[in-house]
Design a protein around this ligand. Structure first.
Ligand code: NAI
Ligand code: MG
Length: 360
C-alpha cells in the first residue's frame, strides 16, 4: 500500500531521532511491500529560523495532506536560545500548540510500559510493582482546559493579577471519553477517570459525562479518582491502572510522572489523534538541547511512536507488532543508550540503536 507521511524533525535531538525512526519505517516498507512518501515540515525553532514564525499555513497544509505525521521534538534552551527573546506567541512551543489545534488533535495517548529488562532503572521497588510489571496508557484531552482557555494579566489597585480559565463543554468531554473507552475495550477493560470533582465545576461535569459514556461500555469497569490521590497511587501501586482518562493539565503532569516509573523518558511514545484516523506521533520528551548533536539521544520513544503511527493511522497492526518486537529484542540482547544503561549492558549511540532495531 502507499501512504503519505509528513516528517517534522524539529529542534535539538529531533532530527537525529526522527532519522532513526525513518530508518525503521523504511525497513517496514521493504519487508511488507509498502511505499511511504515523506514530506518534511518545519515547526518550532527550525521554522522560526527560516520563516520567522514557529508554524506556517504551508506546514499545516502539508500535514493535513498526509495520512499521518511523525515528529521529533521542538524547542531550545530557554536561557541561551534567541528564540526565547521573542514574545511567547512567537516561540517554538506556540507552534506546537497551534498545530495541535489546527489539526484538531484532541486525544493524546501516552502508553507507559515497563520492559522487564529495564526494571533496574525503575525508581519504584519490584515488591511495589509486583510480578506482572505494569502496562498502562494515559488518555489526555489535548485541546481544551487551562492551556487553551482565556488568559490575561490585569492590574487591580496597583497589584498585578493573572487569570487563566479552565473550561470544558459536554461535547469535548464526551469525545475524549469515547476514545478512552474504545481503547480500554482492546486492553484490560478498566478506565480510571481522574478529576478534582470535590472542588472544580469543570470536573463535576467531566464526571457526569464520563458516566453517561460508560453506559455504552458495560464490559468496562469505570472508577473515578481525584488527581492528588492519582499522583500518589502512580508511585504507590502503578500496576492498578489500565487506562487513565483525564483533562489537559492533569494529563500533562501525570504522564510525566508515569514516564519516570518506566525508567526513562527516552522510552515513551505518544500519539495525538483527531476524530478520523489521522494523527501526530511524537516521543513524550522534549528536544534535549543538552545532548543534541552528540549521538547520545535514545531513539526508542520515537521508534515506538512510529509503531503507534502504523497501528492507529495506517491500520498496519502486524507491522506495528514487528517494530515493537524489534525494540524488545534489542533490549533483550543487552543494547542500551546512556539514559537506560545498566551494569553488564552494551553501550550504543543513537545511530547504532536505530541500526540494531531496523535490523531486528
Ligand atoms: P527534555 O525532555 O528535552 O529533557 C529532559 C532531560 O531528559 C534532559 O536531561 C535530556 O537530556 C533528557 N532526555 C530527553 N529526551 C531524551 C532521549 N531521547 N534520550 C536521552 N535523554 C533524553 O525536557 P526539557 O529539558 O525540559 O526541555 C527542553 C526543550 O524541549 C524545551 O525547549 C522544551 O520547551 C521542549 N519540549 C518540547 C516538547 C515537544 O516537542 N513536544 C515536550 C517537552 C519539552
Ligand atoms: Mg509535559
Amino acid at each position: 500500500m502507499e501512504y503519505k507521511i509528513a516528517l517534522i524533525p524539529g529542534d535539538g535531538i529531533g532530527p537525529e531521532i526522527v532519522s532513526e525512526a525513518k530508518k525503521v519505517l523504511d525497513k517496514v516498507c521493504e519487508k511488507y511491500n509498502h511505499t511511504f512518501t515523506y514530506s518534511e515540515v518545519l515547526l518550532g525553532g527550525a521554522s522560526i529560523d527560516v520563516h520567522g514564525v514557529p508554524l506556517t499555513d504551508e506546514a499545516i497544509a502539508t500535514a493535513k495532506a498526509s495520512d499521518a505525521v511523525l515528529m521529533g521534538s521542538i524547542g531550545g534552551d530557554a536561557k541561551t536560545s534567541p528564540w526565547y527573546k521573542l514574545e511567547p506567541s512567537k516561540r517554538p512551543e506556540a507552534g506546537l500548540l497551534a498545530i495541535r489545534k489546527a489539526l484538531n488533535l484532541f486525544a493524546n495517548l501516552r502508553p507507559a510500559y515497563l520492559y522487564k529488562e529495564l526494571e533496574e532503572a525503575c525508581p519504584i521497588k519490584k515488591e511495589v510493582i509486583g510480578d506482572n510489571g505494569f502496562d498502562m496508557i494515559i488518555v489526555r484531552e489535548l485541546t481544551g482546559g487551562l492551556y487553551f482557555g482565556e488568559r490575561k494579566t490585569i492590574e487591580e489597585d496597583g497589584v498585578k493579577k493573572a487569570i487563566d480559565t479552565l473550561s470544558y463543554n459536554e461535547n469535548e468531554i464526551r469525545r475524549i471519553a469515547i476514545k478512552a473507552f474504545d481503547i480500554a475495550m482492546k486492553r484490560r477493560k478498566k478506565v480510571t477517570s481522574v478529576d478534582k470533582a470535590n472542588v472544580l465545576d469543570s470536573s463535576r461535569l467531566w464526571r457526569k459525562v464520563v458516566e453517561e459514556v460508560a453506559k455504552d461500555y458495560p464490559e468496562v469497569t469505570l472508577e473515578h479518582m481525584l488527581v492528588d490521590n492519582c499522583a500518589m497511587q502512580l508511585v504507590h501501586d502503578p500496576a492498578q491502572f489500565d487506562v487513565i482518562l483525564t483533562e489537559n493539565m492533569f494529563g500533562d503532569i501525570l504522564s510525566d510522572e508515569a514516564s519516570m516509573v518506566t525508567g526513562s523518558i527516552g522510552m515513551l511514545s505518544s500519539a495525538s489523534l483527531n476524530e478520523t484516523k489521522f494523527g501526530l506521533y511524537e516521543p513524550s520528551h522534549g528536544s534535549a538541547p543538552d545532548i543534541a548533536g552528540q549521538n547520545k539521544a535514545n531513539p526508542i520513544a520515537t521508534i515506538l511512536s512510529a509503531a503507534m503511527l502504523l497501528r492507529y493511522s495506517l491500520n498496519l497492526d502486524e507491522e506495528a507488532d514487528a517494530v515493537e518486537a524489534a525494540v524488545q529484542k534489542v533490549l533483550t540482547d543487552g543494547y542500551r543508550t546512556g539514559d537506560i544503561m545498566s551494569e553488564g549492558c552494551k553501550a550504543v549511540g543513537t545511530k547504532e540503536m536505530g541500526d540494531l532495531i531496523a535490523a531486528a
